[in-house]
Write a protein that binds this ligand. Structure first.
Ligand SMILES: Nc1ncnc2c1ncn2[C@@H]1O[C@H](COP(=O)(O)OP(=O)(O)O)[C@@H](O)[C@H]1O
Ligand SMILES: [Mg+2]
Length: 357
């Protein structure tokens, strides 16, 4: 059988560089090698692109970066190249033809439409959402505006610029206190993996959390705190997406912060989520609706709160969800009858089937 050559791009300049390395290791290990030839393309935290050909075990921890066999290599925006331009030790340039690209990148310059824009120019099919959907889903304020306009239920929220806060912090603090009520969640509009997120119980803490979030983004989103369960589901497909069973996250900290996600092993995932079947169907329908509404394709993990009174509130979509073997997205599909390797094949197939227009 003719194998398709797929480049897995990992690393990147975002605050989620390390998460990407862990996800990519898992993706590369699980891609069915009888169907695909994998080319590894790493991006350092400084934005340097390198073709890596060593062991995937050197991805987490970053040792891959200093491998002597690394070659400077970039995706060419020239659709005729349809692949990678690689510089050999002699300085000569070689072309590596690609059938598809799987960007396993989280956050800025990977999940936010920038990489998707380059891949669109290159003409190479790529896994996951288009440029526009990626850009909308990366920005929590844009996502909430679009979902709100279509009547999708969400927590009460507000948004402002760092500059507005610096000019008149008291006005913003009073507006948030009045409009949302404590406790208040504070988030950089375009981060991920809970980087820069705080939960403030009072005015002073709110001001401190806003300053902390403002280090990551010039736009800040604040939300009322929802009391209830965190429920996620995974979506796969282009025009007629399928939705997995629901899973529940039970964070080991006060909320699902970076430590609870990646450092501590105390958080629990319950698959399927312990909620009534009817409630699970309501969540799944809302996930499919959001996927379509936001123009997603390929994949997304859509995260919800099921509030104590039963209300289903959408928290956020993730267009490149975590992909480690213990991550929710592959786990949810495994529980829905799609093993990890087959999931990856389906994602690559969806990439090649997607029509650009
Ligand atoms: N409005 C909210 N009410 C209650 N908990 C929240 C709220 N917003 C966020 N959280 C908690 O913070 C975590 C991270 O927030 P989230 O918006 O998902 O950011 P990220 O994009 O970084 O994953 C959530 O998983 C949840 O535990
Ligand atoms: Mg989240």
């Amino acid at each position: 059988m003719h194998k398709l050559t797929v480049a897995v791009i990992f690393g990147g300049v975002s605050s989620e560089h390390e998460v990407s390395l862990a996800s990519a290791k898992s993706v590369i290990e699980n891609i069915p090698k009888d169907q695909y030839e994998v080319v590894m393309l790493g991006i350092t935290k400084h934005g340097e692109w390198l073709r890596y050909s060593g062991s995937v075990d050197a991805l987490p921890g970053g040792a891959w970066e200093s491998d002597a066999a690394n070659r400077p290599a970039v995706i060419s925006p020239d659709a005729k190249t349809h692949g990678i331009l690689e510089t050999g030790p002699d300085g000569c340039q070689a072309v590596v033809y690609l059938d598809a690209v799987f960007p396993v990148l989280h956050g800025a310059n990977g999940e936010d439409g920038t990489m998707q824009g380059l891949l669109t120019l290159s003409g190479i099919p790529f896994v996951g959402c288009s440029t526009a959907a990626s850009a909308v889903c990366m920005d929590k304020a844009l996502t909430k505006t679009m979902l709100g306009a279509a009547g999708v239920a969400q927590a009460k929220w507000d948004c402002f610029l760092r500059r507005d806060f610096e000019r008149d912090p008291d006005a913003i603090l009073s507006r948030l206190e009045k409009g949302l009520g404590f406790p208040i969640f504070v988030k950089p509009a375009s981060a991920g993996s809970s980087v820069g997120i705080g939960r403030a119980a009072g005015r002073e803490a709110l001001a401190a959390d806003i300053r902390a979030a403002a280090k990551f983004d010039k736009k800040i989103v604040c939300e009322e705190a929802v009391r209830g369960m965190e429920i996620e589901c995974a979506v796969l497909g282009n025009d007629d997406p399928v939705v997995s069973v629901c899973g529940e996250i039970v964070p080991c900290n006060e909320f699902y912060d970076y430590e609870a996600k990646y450092v501590s092993s105390g958080s629990q995932l319950h698959i399927p989520a312990p909620i009534p079947a009817q409630k699970a169907d309501e969540v799944r329908a809302a996930a499919a609706k959001a996927f379509r509404l936001l123009g997603c394709s390929g994949m997304a993990r859509v995260d919800f709160f099921v509030r104590e009174d039963g209300a289903v509130l959408l928290n956020e979509p993730n267009t490149i969800p975590g992909f480690t073997s213990i991550s929710m997205y592959p786990k949810l599909f495994e529980a829905s009858g799609v093993p990890y390797g087959e999931l990856l094949s389906r994602l690559i197939r969806l990439a090649t089937e997607r029509k650009p227009h």
